[in-house]
Design a protein around this ligand. Structure first.
Ligand SMILES: C[S@@+](CC[C@H](N)C(=O)[O-])C[C@H]1O[C@@H](n2cnc3c(N)ncnc32)[C@H](O)[C@@H]1O
Length: 254
């Protein structure tokens, strides 16, 4: 692996498990053809290939031919192909992929809105989009009372790693609006505080919206603990700037 690919792998290591959870959920819908847009050296394209139905293929597209060359050299999986191309004018026909995956790249595109329209164009109806970005954002990191985490971990066990939280403080609003403007539906966004000392789902809980969360846990917590959570939420911790992983998934309507 080249120095650049190793650096990218190290950089993404803190959130690779989170992305894999989201990919596993996306792959619950049938995936025959997957696109890894702005795949770079292809570090995640193999993940997509592993989620394919038998006979399926994954295509990595990137504007950087050197990165593609490296991706090609590192991959033996015959289900994966590579193509040079611009996210703003994808070298693909309409409606040909079931899963479009774009990680750590949306902000690099000169026109992210156009790129999202291109993603939608090449997706089949009913296909899934996953977009992930890491941003430095103002956040209120909330360390909830431990009883809340305990109550939620039960829900986590039955939901395959997704506690069904919403990001607080409008953290994902801009990304959601971008996807909605591009015509996607069933948009779901998740925000994770990138802090390796926390379990993945606690990274999400830390940035969770309390009014939404409250409706889910009110029946699970006793009144005293619920009150403690209410008081904690009302206290509004001071915002700080921190790295946040935003992951949005959406569908191209049937
Ligand atoms: C930070 S890397 C992410 C690589 C990969 N998605 C990953 O998660 O490992 C961003 C990639 O976006 C690619 N890129 C930037 N602008 C592009 C464009 N307009 N079209 C296609 N790829 C582009 C770059 O060449 C680079 O490989």
């Amino acid at each position: 692996m080249t120095h650049t690919a190793t650096r990218l792998q190290d950089l993404h290591a803190p959130f690779a498990p989170l992305l894999r959870i989201v990919l596993a959920q996306a792959a619950l819908r049938r995936v025959d053809r997957a696109l890894d847009l702005a795949c770079g050296p292809g570090l995640k394209t193999g993940w997509l290939a592993a989620a394919l139905q038998p006979g399926g293929w994954a295509l990595g597209v990137d504007a950087d031919r050197r990165a593609l060359h490296e991706a090609c050299a590192m991959t033996e999986d015959r289900r994966v192909e590579w193509a040079a191309g611009d996210a703003l004018a994808l070298p693909l026909r309409d409606a040909c992929v079931d899963l479009c995956w774009c990680v750590a790249a949306l902000h690099q595109f000169a026109d992210p809105a156009l790129a999202l329209c291109e993603m939608r164009r090449v997706m089949r109806r009913g296909g899934t989009l996953v977009v992930a970005t890491v941003e430095q954002l103002w956040v209120r990191a909330r360390s909830w009372p431990p009883d809340l985490s305990a109550a939620l971990s039960g829900a986590l066990a039955v939901s395959g790693g997704d506690p069904g939280l919403l990001p607080a403080d409008g953290l994902a609003d801009a990304l959601i609006a971008r996807l909605a403007t591009a015509g996607f539906t069933a948009i779901r966004a998740r925000a994770f505080l990138l802090d390796a000392t926390l379990m993945p789902w606690v990274q999400e809980l830390t940035l969770a919206d309390w009014p939404h969360l409250r409706t889910r846990v009110a029946s699970l917590l006793d009144a005293v603990i619920l009150e403690r959570c209410d008081a904690y939420a009302a206290a509004e911790p001071e915002p700080v700037i921190a790295p946040v992983l935003l992951i949005a998934s959406a569908l191209k309507a049937e």
